[in-house]
Write a protein that binds this ligand. Structure first.
Ligand code: SF4
Length: 234
């Protein structure tokens, strides 16, 4: 009897923690008004469905985002895709031409190469969530500027807080600078394990960079093997 009361109390405390976290994260993105939109019915859903629902809710809230100048020229806002239940997120820099056309992350040649890299370590898009730091395409695929990055970053933080990954593979220098909050070349940033957002994170080359310079494939292979080792050891 006492054990079952303890279990119920723990579940209630977890629900309260999760609701507080949800409200705080929504407030970061949307300000005080978000409290009007809080869906109390969420709390009655099983945790798995709650995650999918909250992620879908975030998508519907931000898909028409106008918070930076990139909104004007995009065809699609690229939210990200994959499994909301995953423990693994893969995070790149920004959508390119094909991603903007289709509204999906990592399509085109870079996407195909990413799929091959993931398959080599027994991962696929079904068991992870892929997104970018920037959700809209910078013209001519230029580097995003500071205003664009700071306008968009809260959406990524919100995605991470909803999914709660244990492992994050960061693709490319720009994504690494934003997520790790540090500068430096990709060579200096890779081959280290970082603790961010309660997850273990590794940095490797963006597949688009590998298409331009195949000599980086060897180091990428070393990085993803280390990533696989982290996952297996957990
Ligand atoms: S890049 Fe991000 S902040 Fe800018 S319009 Fe797109 S979704 Fe909004």
């Amino acid at each position: 009897m006492e054990t079952s009361q303890n279990n119920i109390s723990n579940e209630l405390l977890n629900l309260i923690d999760e609701s507080e976290e949800f409200l705080k994260s929504q407030q970061i993105i949307y300000g005080e008004d978000i409290f009007l939109d809080f869906d109390a019915a969420l709390l009655s859903l099983p945790p798995q469905e709650r995650k999918r629902k909250v992620l879908a809710d975030l998508f519907y809230r931000v898909r028409k985002c106008q918070n930076c100048a990139l909104a004007a020229k995009r065809k699609h806002m690229v939210f990200g895709s994959g499994n909301a239940e995953t423990e693994i997120m893969v995070i790149g820099e920004a959508p390119g031409f094909y991603e903007d056309q289709k509204g999906l992350p990592f399509v085109g040649e870079a996407g195909k190469l990413l799929d091959k890299i993931l398959a080599a370590i027994d991962l696929s898009r079904d068991n992870l969530f892929i997104t970018n730091v920037l959700k809209c395409r910078p013209p001519e695929n230029r580097d995003p500027d500071i205003n664009e990055k700071s306008a968009c970053f809260p959406i990524l933080v919100e995605q991470i807080k909803i999914i709660k990954p244990k492992f994050i593979l960061i693709l490319g220098r720009i994504a690494a600078h934003s997520l790790l909050n540090m500068d430096g070349s990709l060579t200096a940033l890779r081959n280290k394990v970082y603790d961010i957002y309660d997850a273990k994170a590794l940095v490797t080359y963006h597949p688009a960079a590998l298409l331009r310079d195949a000599s980086k494939k060897r180091e990428t292979w070393q990085d993803v093997q280390l990533f696989q080792k982290l996952i297996k050891e957990a």
